[in-house]
Design a binder for this molecule. Structure first.
Ligand code: UDP
Length: 323
């Protein structure tokens, strides 16, 4: 199959490209390399381009004529989205609309969308199933909800089908050490903790210790990036086979607090580092844990790396290789 992957040079996109490449799909990665890296594209062809450049985007899509488009290119930091909402609305909403317009024009009807648990905001019930109302509490989450709504409308109005994969906290790296998270700015907890263990920062800040959780810090469902990548292939095959537009949550159904992650990072890296308890970070829901029964029951997703220590170990091996 021919698959165009936007953001395929980025962290999650590159792991999906790896899985697609392994099974022999023909891949074209479209990435502006703002946060991605050419070395991360292990299979297929990389075209450097921006989603705001409609003309070029259309040329590339027309020439490649993909069976499906998987869309990972987006801005992804909750805290930054609170500070710079327009950046998120432009990059995540407007650029996705550009892509969808080209798809509709060129008759490309299959779309896999990289969505997020942030669409749920502060869910009333955890674990969170796909039927939970979408109630984002930060601009990042809202930008993703907006596109989910647009996709839903479009699937009714045009010959267009999509799967939205809502993932929880993605972490870890390629066990063979070829790719991993290499954002220019590290803000996510696990990466930040590993960089602190490495000595890049002199302390790790813990944002908020007064949440309604057992140890007062936020709880998240950390999922290994390879399990997520495999989930994407399952949803892609499902979409191509059934043509049904759906949403699937992707997480392990088990959460860890910030303090638990910090302790696990210290244990795996054998490094003790300083932590500092500070106030809450704006936009953070207290607990996010996935109910992924739909993915497991309907698509037979069976995660292989549901182990926090393993996730940290692969991320640590990768982190040590980065300058
Ligand atoms: N966090 C923290 N210190 C950091 C980075 C993150 O305490 O240096 C907390 C953050 O406030 C949240 C959790 O770790 O409660 C997970 O945040 P992350 O940015 O990794 O992912 P998010 O859930 O926001 O997508």
């Amino acid at each position: 199959m021919k698959i165009l992957v936007t953001g395929g040079a980025g962290y999650i996109g590159s792991h999906v490209v790896k899985e697609l490449g392994r099974r022999g799909d023909e891949i074209l990665v479209y990435d502006n390399l703002s946060n991605g890296h050419d070395w991360a594209v292990l299979y297929g062809r990389l075209v450097k381009g921006d989603l705001s450049d409609n003309g070029f985007l259309e040329e590339v899509i027309k020439e490649f004529s993909p069976d499906a488009i998987m869309h990972f290119a987006a801005s992804i930091q909750v805290e930054e989205s609170v500070r710079e909402p327009l950046k998120y609305y432009r990059n995540n909403i407007m650029n996705t609309i550009n892509l969808l317009e080209v798809m509709v024009k060129d008759g490309i009807r299959n779309f896999i969308y990289s969505s997020t648990a942030s669409v749920y905001g502060i869910p009333e019930k955890v674990p969170v199933s796909e039927d939970t109302p979408l109630n984002p509490i930060n601009p990042y989450g809202f930008s993703k909800v907006a596109i989910e709504r647009i996709l839903n409308d479009l699937s009714k109005a045009a010959d267009f089908n999509y799967v939205s994969v809502r993932y929880f906290n993605v972490a870890g790296a390629d066990p063979e050490g070829r790719i991993g998270q290499a954002y220019r700015e590290a803000t996510h907890l696990m990466t930040r903790a590993l960089k602190t263990a490495k000595g890049e920062f002199n302390k790790l800040q813990i944002f908020g210790t007064d949440y309604p959780t057992p140890d007062g810090t936020c709880i998240r469902d950390y999922i290994h990036v390879d399990d997520l990548a495999v989930a994407h292939l399952l949803t892609l095959d499902y979409l191509l086979k059934t043509g049904k537009s759906r949403s699937f949550n992707c997480g392990y159904g088990h959460g860890y607090s910030v303090r638990e992650v910090v302790e696990a990072v210290k244990k795996i890296t054998c490094k003790d580092f300083k932590t500092e308890e500070v106030g809450r970070r704006p936009g953070d829901p207290p607990v996010l844990i996935a109910d992924s029964s739909r993915l497991k029951n309907e698509l037979n997703w069976s995660p292989k790396h549901a182990d926090l220590d393993y996730i940290i170990m692969t991320a640590w091996e990768w982190e040590k290789k980065l300058d």
